[in-house]
Design a binder for this molecule. Structure first.
Ligand code: HAM
Length: 428
């Protein structure tokens, strides 16, 4: 290839709206994701690894034909065999498909599952709103018990606290069940149709009237100020369920605000629904959300089992940590960095570094025969707490010079004690 050919080649960039997590931010990404999964495992949720693409019908039927997610945001394409497939826009529908397909609902209930990974929505990209987004979610399937709702919500709250977040609010409401929602929907529509709504909003009132209550425009807010609310129209069963959830959350010390106008972007919700909102994030303030979806499994052709779950947005939680000036990682790549001077020292250092790793200590070393100054720069760049300098003098004495890069101290340590000694110091 000639130089001019090379010039003609365009630089390829990542697709629009897709965040990438590169070092030194990527360890923070992993720490958040893994902490969320860890908290779920502590409560007995087991990992489930799902396909990244599914039959398009699953989302059309599961997420809802009237949602923006299905009508505007799905990455849908025909595969080479002519089947319509869609990159998963969310996780709940896929979990339910797997539960039905593999009969997971036939054993001990609730089935408790946890998942994480990338999801895809063709949204207009902006800060905190991406086309490839990362979630950690849980689903508890098969028991309609307000105590399970409280567990799920409290677990989301605990997960957010576990990564160090505090500046968020929990909003929740009840969307009623299939016995009281249809009558409320009609009542709300009757109210909305008396208002001078523009054509698009009127159309929305026809398909999904609840969505109109979430309209942010002041003139619509004003018009709908006296609209009937679902919370005032719950049947006894849904009301008792919701009141118990609130009571249990109070017992658990989980702070919440009831927001009767809360609307979620997915159609499957019933009864308890909730959202975690972070005030340091601007427009894309939802850092997690979820709720009950009691009709979903039957709607997908399975047993009529209830379900509740949440998904936490890893990307937005990382932004929230940044906004709160919190971090889960110390920015270091390794804890110990080897600096060998000369061929014999390098041979010995390769062995020491290997032993450190075997002892569970993060360790790396300088390669490429760099001088002392260059190699020490490497130790610094790696964020190492200790540099191990090994030259002819140390080799002769069977020692290694251990430089504490934070305390600016240096000690000689016997070669056969260095692993144990560093383990001890790093644990302090
Ligand atoms: P969701 O509210 O659509 O719920 O998404 C959950 C979280 O994913 C949001 O709170 C947000 O943090 C993050 N998220 C969503 N879209 C984007 C985006 N475009 N860019 C960045 N982050 C985003 C669900 O997905 C449900 N499946 C949750 C659930 C589980 N409900 C019951 N079980």
């Amino acid at each position: 290839m000639t130089v001019t050919d090379k010039k003609k080649l365009q630089v390829i960039t990542a697709p629009k709206g897709v965040p990438e997590y590169l070092p030194p931010v990527s360890p923070e990404f992993l720490a958040v994701r893994d902490m969320f999964a860890h908290q779920a495992h502590l409560a007995g949720y087991e990992h489930i690894e799902l396909p990244v693409f599914e039959d398009t019908t699953l989302f059309a039927r599961g997420v809802g034909e009237s949602t923006d997610v299905v009508t505007k945001e799905m990455y849908t394409f025909a595969d080479r065999g002519g089947r319509s497939v869609t990159l998963r826009p969310e996780g709940t529908a896929g979990v339910m498909r797997a539960v039905i397909e593999h009969n997971l609902g036939r054993g001990q209930l609730p089935v408790k599952l946890n998942y994480y990974g990338p999801f895809f929505r063709y949204e207009r990209p902006q800060a905190g709103r991406y086309r490839q987004l990362q979630q950690v979610g849980i689903e508890a399937i098969g028991v309609d018990d307000p105590a399970l709702d409280a567990e799920v919500i409290a677990l989301a709250d605990r997960s957010l606290k576990a990564i160090g977040l505090s500046g968020y609010r929990l909003e929740l409401t009840s969307l009623g069940d299939n016995n009281c929602r249809p009558a409320y929907r009609e009542k709300l529509q009757e109210f909305l149709f008396t208002l001078p709504l523009d054509e698009e909003t009127r159309h929305r009132a026809e398909i999904n009237p609840l969505r109109v209550l979430d309209d942010k425009r002041p003139e619509v807010r004003e018009m709908t100020a006296d609209a009937p609310l679902m919370l005032d129209n719950l049947n006894d069963e849904s009301k008792r369920h919701f009141d118990t959830v609130l009571q249990l959350l109070t017992d658990l010390g989980v702070a919440f605000e009831v927001n009767p106008r809360m609307v979620r972007g997915l159609d499957y919700y019933t009864k308890t629904t909730f959202e975690f909102v972070h005030d340091g994030l601007g427009a894309q303030s939802g850092i997690g959300g979820g709720g009950r979806y009691d009709g979903l499994m039957a709607q997908l052709g399975g047993q009529d089992l209830s379900g509740i779950g949440y998904a936490l947005g890893v990307d937005r939680c990382l932004l929230a940590l940044e906004a709160e000036k919190q971090t889960m990682t110390d920015g270091s790549r390794v804890a110990v960095y080897g600096v060998p001077m000369g061929a014999d020292a390098k041979r010995e250092m390769v062995r020491i570094i290997d032993q450190l790793r075997a002892a569970g200590i993060r360790a790396d070393m300088a390669y490429g025969d760099r001088g002392l100054k260059g190699a020490m720069k490497g130790a610094d760049k790696a964020g190492a707490r200790f540099a191990l300098v090994l030259g002819d003098r140390e080799l002769e004495n069977k020692t290694v010079a251990v430089k504490d890069l934070a305390a600016h101290e240096q000690h000689d340590i016997a070669l056969d004690e260095v692993v144990a000694e560093l383990g001890k110091r790093l644990a302090q």
